[in-house]
Design a protein around this ligand. Structure first.
Ligand SMILES: NC(=O)c1ccc[n+]([C@@H]2O[C@H](COP(=O)([O-])OP(=O)(O)OC[C@H]3O[C@@H](n4cnc5c(N)ncnc54)[C@H](OP(=O)(O)O)[C@@H]3O)[C@@H](O)[C@H]2O)c1
Length: 283
């Protein structure tokens, strides 16, 4: 067994957004390493399909006879639903790791996005994170062990054209995670925040359908990561105890530049947007 498989074998991981994209890719790798996995998301048929796929994989790949694979249909905007699901899991198995991946982007021009999109993005991406974390925290604090993994985005540290509703909700996740990290040290709970670049998932395909041309072209200028690669970087980052998990060179480079030289970051972004607008909109 590899060192990573050894680390995850027999652990119990609660994954929000586990029926698709980055969350599902994490679940697949964890099941292969003998971990128990609980996936949650809203849409029942997609959730059941993902669960069946994980069960099949466990039957073929895993040697752990105590492996648990479960799913709960719920909306992360409801704190009560998350608390109920966590309570049911904890009755069987202590949750060692939370990977909170549920989230979505609603792109559009500032002056065209409906006002409720701003509220909905905060409710899903920010409040959803707080709900998931708070649901697992009491038991982890009592046990004085655990990992909380909040999936944010590169848009969590970088303003991105067309993402005026999504970006603030992910900035909020980063700010909140900083405070959580400080408070949880005394309880031996590791906090991790993930800032993926564009990742090839059903979620990205959906948001691509509504992006302004500037956002589409900005995305095309960056490398698209496969979801399984991002999942691998997340799992390695958790094991290494890394707080900021930046899955590729671009996300690391942009993080460093945006921190050390915000003016340079604005200059780069403005130049790229101006070039796109000249070529594609005649502006
Ligand atoms: N893909 C990218 O390029 C990218 C880049 C940076 C960051 N991210 C972040 O990575 C995370 C995962 O994204 P993804 O690309 O893997 O998306 P995805 O393929 O659409 O998967 C999202 C998952 O979250 C679930 N979900 C959405 N809203 C929910 C809600 N209100 N309650 C419970 N579950 C909900 C979805 O299932 P249901 O719809 O059935 O509920 C699905 O299982 C998100 O937080 C996203 O913001 C993605």
């Amino acid at each position: 067994m590899t060192k990573t498989a050894d680390f995850y074998n027999n652990k119990c991981i609660f994954i929000t957004g586990g029926s698709s994209g980055i969350g599902l890719a994490c679940a697949e790798q964890l099941v292969g390493m003998g971990a128990s996995v609980v996936i949650v998301s809203r849409t029942n048929h997609r959730l059941k399909q993902a669960r069946r796929q994980l069960e099949k994989q466990a039957a073929n790949q895993s040697t752990n006879p105590n492996q648990l694979i479960e799913s709960y249909a719920l909306n992360v905007t409801s704190y009560q639903s998350l608390k109920r699901a966590v309570h049911l899991v904890e009755k069987k198995r202590p949750i060692d790791i939370l990977i909170h991946s549920a989230g979505a982007a609603h792109p559009g021009y500032v002056h065209q996005l409906p006002i409720h999109a701003y509220h909905k993005q905060m409710q899903l991406n920010y409040a959803g994170t707080v709900h998931a974390d708070r649901a697992v925290l009491p038991a982890m604090m009592e046990r004085r062990s655990g990992h909380i993994v909040n999936v944010a985005s590169m848009a969590g540290y970088l303003g991105v054209f067309g993402f005026s509703a999504y970006t603030p909700s992910k900035f909020a996740v980063l700010g909140y995670s900083e405070c959580l990290r400080q408070e949880m040290r005394a309880y031996n709970i590791s906090v991790h925040v993930v800032c993926p670049p564009d990742t090839d998932t059903p979620g990205l395909a959906r948001e691509n359908a509504n992006k302004p041309i500037e956002t589409v072209k900005l995305s095309e200028s960056a490398n698209l990561m496969p979801a399984d690669k991002v999942a691998g970087r997340i799992l390695n980052g958790i094991q290494a105890g890394r707080y900021m998990i930046l899955p590729n060179f671009e996300s690391r480079w942009m993080y460093a530049v945006s921190r050390w030289s915000p003016g340079l970051t604005r200059w780069i972004m403005d130049g790229m947007i101006r070039g796109i607008q000249r070529k594609h909109t005649g502006a």
